[in-house]
Design a protein around this ligand. Structure first.
Ligand SMILES: [Zn+2]
Ligand SMILES: [Zn+2]
Length: 925
């Protein structure tokens, strides 16, 4: 992409000279994007927002190391369409871009590099490691933003943000400290999800469930007082038995009432553990007795707390079985140092040898995996920082229930409510190095309260001793949940951007991050700024392959949007996605056949180019008069008709896209709640206008006038230029490059202006002229074309047509006879009575009838023979088909789809036969 193009300087500029005969998407894109950015077309102004409606979308920040995939392509195209639409509609439109430092993900990338060098992060130390990641990010990070430019994204690059910048880091600290002051941040000692590979704790959302075929191991623990008696417990993770400190039964379970209070012997270790009664146990599940491992299971931890049980840790942070804390004597020598999965095998063998293994059965269950590296998550007892979520969730629920927030498609609102109602506290500390350090300092004496601070702390405020900052960093989502306002200058309440652009409008994303990100942004916005950060969440579908699988690197079924841009242009990519994007519907593309996958966009652009060449040649370069200056008398019915169709197209596009915001300030009414954001309907409405109405009818009908001279030619030029201008404005948000190129060649375009910031079209306040006669013209032309095709009339042949009129229609038709004739290669006359003889007839609106004497266009005798032959040829197979369908053996045995298809075929043949017979009758048979 070149950036050294200045308007008016290059001789190859696209607005000069003839439109090239062939559509070349690459040339167009490289010309316009740099010009738009140089002229600040995408730059929003806080000052201007004081006098205009702001319209704000914050871009979901891609991971700083991410490479553009087709999902980003879809997500950003949708946002771009909305922003371009509102920019033209006169809003102060801000699309705020940026990247996420992506804690674990980025750390993993650099750790992999280290592994290749035979090193670990511990070998080089924290400081050097963080420096290395920062350097890596500086060199390679953010490349994805350049890729977004290649698909035409009109983001305000002057405001590009980064979750780890000094400004945004300040916001992160402010949020942590303020939540701590509000009593919502606390340090908790509990069982959390732990990824042994990443070496960190994870939130509930980061530990994703995967359905797994595992095994259920039934183990026998004998009673200490009577070795002939035992209880059986079941587990999917037998290695955790080393950390068992009790067996629990339900208090009302009579099978075990004699056991409660007694000890059982833990196999392999010989340790005595008690049988306890706890309501948590489900008597109907398995044997009704469960082993309790407080340090390695979240539920067992709660039981352990209730019964003051010991909580020995027997699996360490690396997933290795060993005695960690007070687990003395619990880990038999051969097991110590084994990885948890190796230990599982060894333990099962040892239990079997000891006679403690009752049985093993296959077991389907959900196992949590790390969302960054897919390692099986290990529940582990540790100290972590948490956010108390219930008060935050209450506000986020209020925002939805009060109508300040809506989610489209609406079905997601229930999912959102469910999650918020059942919310658990959020573990926000991570034991990695890449991220915002927890802003808490500890006095080295250990005597004084930890200091939670906005500013760095260098000495203990109580005793002046040295302090040490908390080693942990914050969950990466703890910075991205502030994104809608940290990017606008918060916590500075007077920041101009914050005042001008908060709260924003629409958040566009995929449903996968509804919990991770979207709900949390609503919570933080409501908590810190008393308003949700947007009024609409638009969750679009996912891009899938033809087998309906999500596209992914590991499946090798991805599509690189840049490949598509290179092959067919950004506009073709964008059109294909938007036109195929029903609300909440997945987009299906074939990675093995880009040609047909992107055919809708490719064909659209090529056809738009071709009709535009023809159209622009006819319009010419001389100035055109404004359409409002055309008097009703000078306007033909076709002029009135196309201007009316443009009004209708504008109305359809507006209805499909809008409303842009709630009509009454910031609360959606019931009626508005599910309206708008129907992008495929908007694409179709604009396509229909330019194609089926402007090109197929108006341009076609105006050809003779455009080739003529005088006022009539000037009127036709003006109407054509105006209607095409309207079409290009409607299409610009979807296909910005090609429309900009074409628009620049219209005679009424002001030099130096860009379509990308031209006003969105509005409907005329008053309609001028009568379009009714042109509707009749279209009907007549369609009827004649239909008859011509039915009787195989040669395209070059003229036909004589009589229109038998009733009432006023004669007046309307009278002015249109030449137009009808020119568009259907016919000579049309009006009459009170139809011609005698054999003829084809068509009824028109208002009771008029169109008649074509058949003797003129076909040899009646031969046509009759042809029809008879065709009728005979159809009757026999139809009878056979009917016979087969009447046969119960066939209908019962054949696949239902086949029977249905055969029935449909029979119905089609019968209809065809009836039509042929009617035609033969009309020929006098
Ligand atoms: Zn991991
Ligand atoms: Zn101190």
């Amino acid at each position: 992409m070149t950036s050294d193009v200045t308007p008016g300087v290059t001789t190859e500029s696209p607005e000069g000279g003839e439109l090239p005969p062939t559509y070349n998407a690459a040339d167009i894109a490289s010309t316009w994007y740099p010009r738009w950015t140089e002229h600040g077309v995408f730059t929003a102004s806080a000052a201007r927002a004081a006098t205009r409606e702001p319209f704000v979308i914050v871009m979901p920040p891609p991971n700083v190391t991410a490479v553009l995939h087709v999902g980003h392509g879809l997500n950003n195209t949708v946002q771009d369409v909305l922003v371009r639409w509102r920019r033209m509609a006169g809003d102060e439109a801000l699309w705020l871009p940026g990247t996420d430092h992506a804690g674990i993900a980025t750390q993993n990338v650099v750790e992999k590099q280290l592994t290749a060098e035979g090193l670990t992060r511990f070998d080089i130390g924290r400081e050097a490691f963080v420096e290395r990641v920062a350097g890596f990010v500086e060199q390679t990070g953010g490349e994805i933003l350049n890729q977004l430019k290649a698909i035409g994204s009109s983001a305000d690059w002057t405001r590009t943000a980064y979750t780890f910048s000094p400004e945004l880091s300040r916001a992160v600290r402010e949020a942590f400290v303020r939540l701590h002051e509000d009593g919502l941040v606390y340090k908790g000692h509990r069982v959390i999800h732990w990824c042994p590979r990443c070496g960190t704790s994870l939130s509930d959302e980061e530990a994703e469930f995967t359905d797994t075929s595992g095994k259920l191991y039934h183990l026998r623990y004998t009673l200490a007082s009577d070795p002939t008696q035992s209880v059986t417990v079941a587990t999917t993770r037998p290695e955790t038995m080393l950390g068992d400190t009790a067996v629990a039964v339900h208090p009302s379970d009579e099978r075990y009432s004699a056991f409660i209070g007694q000890d059982v012997i833990l196999p392999l270790t010989g340790v005595r553990i008690p049988v306890i009664a706890d309501e948590y146990t489900d008597p109907a599940f398995g044997s009704g007795a469960v082993k309790i491992t407080p340090a390695h299971d979240a539920n067992d931890f709660e039981v352990g707390k209730r019964h003051s049980l010991a909580m020995p840790v027997v699996i360490d942070a690396d997933g290795i079985v060993r005695e960690v804390e007070d687990a003395a004597g619990r880990v038999p020598t051969p097991l110590a140092g084994l990885d948890r999965f190796a230990a599982r095998k060894a333990i099962v063998a040892m239990l079997e040898a000891e006679g403690a293994l009752v049985r093993i059965e296959p077991h389907q269950h959900s196992v949590r995996h790390c969302y960054r590296c897919d390692t099986v998550v290990e529940p582990r007892l540790s100290d972590q920082w948490f956010v108390k979520m219930q008060p935050l969730a209450a506000k986020a629920l209020d925002a939805l229930r009060s109508g300040q927030l809506r989610i489209l498609p609406e079905r997601w609102e229930a999912v959102y409510v469910n999650w918020l109602e059942g919310i658990r506290d959020w573990n926000i500390s991570r034991q990695i190095w890449w991220g915002h350090r927890v802003p808490v300092w500890y006095c080295v004496t250990g005597e004084h309260t930890p200091i939670v601070s906005r500013a760095d702390v260098t000495a203990c405020p109580v005793c002046g001793s040295a302090v040490k900052q908390d080693e942990d960093v914050l969950d990466t989502w703890f910075s991205s949940w502030l994104w809608p306002f940290s990017t606008l200058g918060w916590p500075d309440r007077d920041a101009p951007d914050l005042k001008a652009f908060y709260p924003g409008d629409v958040l566009v994303t995929a449903p996968e991050i509804l919990f991770f990100w979207v709900s949390r942004m609503v919570m933080s916005g409501c908590w810190f700024l008393d308003q949700p950060p947007f009024h609409t969440v638009y969750l679009h579908g996912t891009v899938r392959d033809m087998q309906h699988r999500k596209m992914s690197k590991s499946l090798g079924n991805g599509i690189d949007p840049l490949d598509v841009v290179k092959l067919y242009g950004a506009d073709a990519l964008r059109w294909t996605m938007v036109a195929g994007l029903g609300l909440g519907v997945d987009v299906m593309l074939d990675p093995n056949d880009l040609d047909s996958s992107f055919a809708p966009g490719r064909n659209f652009c090529t056809k738009l180019w071709n009709i535009s060449r023809f159209l622009l040649t006819r319009v010419g370069t001389d100035p055109v008069m404004p359409v409002r200056a055309i008097s009703a008398d000078a306007m033909t019915p076709s002029d009135a008709w196309i201007l009316g169709r443009l009004d209708a197209a504008i109305a359809d596009c507006d209805a499909a896209l809008g409303p842009a915001r709630p009509a009454n300030g910031r609360t959606w009414t019931e009626a508005e709640h599910i309206r708008g954001l129907r992008l495929s309907e908007y694409a179709e409405a604009s396509r229909r206008f330019v194609w089926n109405e402007l090109a197929d009818w108006y341009l076609e009908s105006a050809k003779p006038r455009l080739a003529g001279s005088g006022t009539d030619r000037e009127v036709a030029r003006a109407v054509l230029a105006h209607a095409f201008d309207g079409a290009l404005r409607l299409l610009q948000p979807i296909v910005p490059f090609i429309t900009e190129t074409l628009w620049q060649r219209l005679p009424q375009t002001i030099e130096g202006a860009f379509l990308s910031q031209a006003p969105w079209p509005v409907q005329r306040a008053t309609r001028v002229g009568d379009s009714g006669a042109f509707e009749l013209t279209r009907e007549a032309v369609q009827a004649i074309r239909q008859i011509r095709s039915e009787y195989n009339v040669k395209p070059s042949a003229f036909v004589d047509v009589t229109i038998v009129t009733r009432g006023d229609a004669a007046v309307q038709f009278a002015s249109q006879l030449d137009t009808i004739g020119a568009m259907s290669r016919s000579r049309v006359t009006l009459s009170d009575i139809g011609p005698v003889g054999i003829a084809a007839h068509a009824l028109l609106s208002g009771g008029s009838e169109l008649v074509i004497p058949l003797a003129d266009i076909v040899d009646i005798g031969r046509e009759r023979e042809r029809l008879t032959a065709e009728i005979d040829g159809l009757e026999k197979p139809l009878a056979a088909l009917d016979g087969r369908l009447a046969n119960e053996k066939f209908t019962a045995k054949a696949p239902p789809e086949l029977v249905q298809a055969e029935r449909a075929k029979a119905a089609e043949w019968r209809a065809r036969l009836a039509s042929l017979k009617a035609k033969r009758t009309a020929l006098g048979a």
